[in-house]
Design a protein around this ligand. Structure first.
Ligand code: 5GP
Ligand code: ZN
Length: 114
């Protein structure tokens, strides 16, 4: 992909610690932090440390990391709520994607509206 990375990608900069974030979890392959504009009581973004523009690119290059993101989402929901959560990947500008470093939205912490 020709999408920006490194210094030009805001989530690469957050993963690197160059831009502050409210960290929820991290390990060797992913970094999780609170969304700046939460759309639920708990709204966490889980991103791979490595830069991929969207979830399809991540699935192709690092399927194990995609599976791991699901595990991390479940762990957050187990800790913050009753294990229930909504997991969203916006893919493409017309679907609402605004940051082109793949990120899972984990919405939990309360009963979610439709
Ligand atoms: P998208 O629209 O690409 O699916 O989601 C991007 C998300 O990133 C939005 O929910 C937005 O609030 C969040 N976001 C954008 N910039 C920052 C930032 O600098 N810090 C944090 N914590 N969240 C951000
Ligand atoms: Zn990036």
């Amino acid at each position: 992909s020709d999408s920006p990375r490194g210094d030009d990608c805001i989530f690469c900069r957050i993963v690197a610690g160059d831009i502050p974030s409210r960290k929820v979890y991290e390990d060797e392959s992913v970094y999780a932090f609170q969304d700046a504009h939460p759309k639920a009581k708990v709204h966490v973004l889980v991103v791979p440390r490595n830069h991929y523009a969207n979830v399809a690119e991540l699935a192709k290059a690092e399927p194990q990391t995609l599976a791991h993101i699901v595990e991390v989402a479940q762990s957050i929901a187990d800790e913050e709520f009753n294990g229930a959560y909504r997991l969203i990947f916006n893919s493409g500008e017309d679907a609402g994607q605004s940051v082109f470093h793949v990120h899972a939205h984990v919405l939990t912490g309360e009963v979610l509206p439709e």
